[in-house]
Design a protein around this ligand. Structure first.
Ligand code: C5P
Length: 306
């Protein structure tokens, strides 16, 4: 039996370029791994089967479309295993369809767990390539820490960071579809007359002030530099998120932003006490389903000892 812990992510910068011919957008995506984590346990089984526990378990698909199941099959196919056998249990703490890459995290964890269970010893470089086939956010869940993702987010460069930083995540009722939020971003750009294709929108770049704030471990400077080009689109699809963002900053967060494609909202705070107070105030505000205080950066998908 192998258990792998895998972190959720927040994008401290999500610069979105124009729509490419392949349907993806070029990104300047600064990923930040937080301690809010799923655990995926692999045990020997017949075929690839899944189970899931946690508050959102009912909305997790347990069929072959689940990224954890797809990861197990992809790894088996890569090694020419004709008849892969594994049961994967997902203990889910990361919000589902929340903009924190929870499904991608489970895909990354399944790669690492199956690799260990089947004794394959796949090099990290190969796991990163398989992860990129599964989805744009899966490679980062293997790496963890803080990294700049270029291309559609899968070309990663680890970044220097001094931590910890303290965060609160406000979980919304229901999820948002990532493709729908990207489409809304394109629609808003068309409406504003700027155009939405990759010929019209400049390729985004990482913000030097944000990179310096991360390297310095300076939460006030990081708060000033947080930026998410998908935020307007997420707010357009879910206007009530503006109330959640206001509730967190009103309770003393240094800054608030939508996490990735949302609808989870992220709040950066100055320390752990402030994070606990902001989480409590958010829950009391009634503007979210629940809120979690956490910290980061933390490492990527890793086998738990014992
Ligand atoms: O790579 P992943 O399967 O997670 O992407 C889901 C969807 O999100 C894509 O099909 C695309 O609609 C959108 N996306 C995008 N640009 C990216 C990443 C994702 O448009 N860089």
């Amino acid at each position: 039996m192998i258990t792998v812990r895998v972190p959720a992510k927040v994008n401290v910068q999500l610069g979105v370029g124009g729509l490419r011919a392949d349907g993806f957008h070029d990104l300047a995506n600064v990923f930040f791994a937080v301690a809010l984590a799923d655990e995926v346990t692999a045990t020997p089984g017949e075929g690839v089967t899944l189970s899931c526990t946690g508050p959102d378990a009912a909305s997790v698909p347990l069929d072959a479309t689940n990224l954890a199941a797809r990861a197990a099959r992809l790894l088996a196919a890569h090694h020419g295993l004709a008849d892969p056998g594994v049961h994967l249990h997902i203990a889910k703490a990361i919000p589902v369809a929340g903009g924190m890459a929870g499904g991608s995290a489970d895909g990354a964890a399944a790669l690492v767990a199956c690799d260990a269970l089947w004794g394959l010893d796949t090099p990290l470089e190969t796991l990163l390539e398989l992860a990129a086939e599964l989805g744009s956010d899966v490679p980062f869940a293997l790496l963890g820490g803080v990294a700049l993702g270029r291309g559609r987010g899968e070309i990663l460069e680890p970044l220097p960071v001094a931590g910890p930083f303290h965060w609160v995540f406000a979980v919304a009722d229901g999820g948002l579809s990532t493709p729908a939020v990207f489409r809304e971003c394109d629609r808003l750009r068309e409406e504003a007359g700027t155009g939405s294709s990759d010929r019209e929108v400049p390729t985004p770049d990482a913000d030097p002030a944000l990179l310096a704030a991360l390297a310095d471990g300076d939460p006030v400077a990081l708060a000033a530099a947080l930026a998410n080009d998908l935020q307007a689109a997420a707010l357009s699809l879910r206007p009530a998120l503006a109330d959640t963002l206001r509730a967190g900053t009103g309770a003393g967060a240094l800054a608030a932003l939508v996490s990735g494609s949302g609808p989870t909202c992220a709040f950066l705070t100055k320390d752990a006490e402030s994070a606990a107070a902001v989480a409590e105030a958010l829950i009391a505000s009634g503007t979210c389903r629940t809120a979690h205080a956490t910290h980061g950066p933390v490492p990527g998908a890793a086998v738990l000892a014992g």
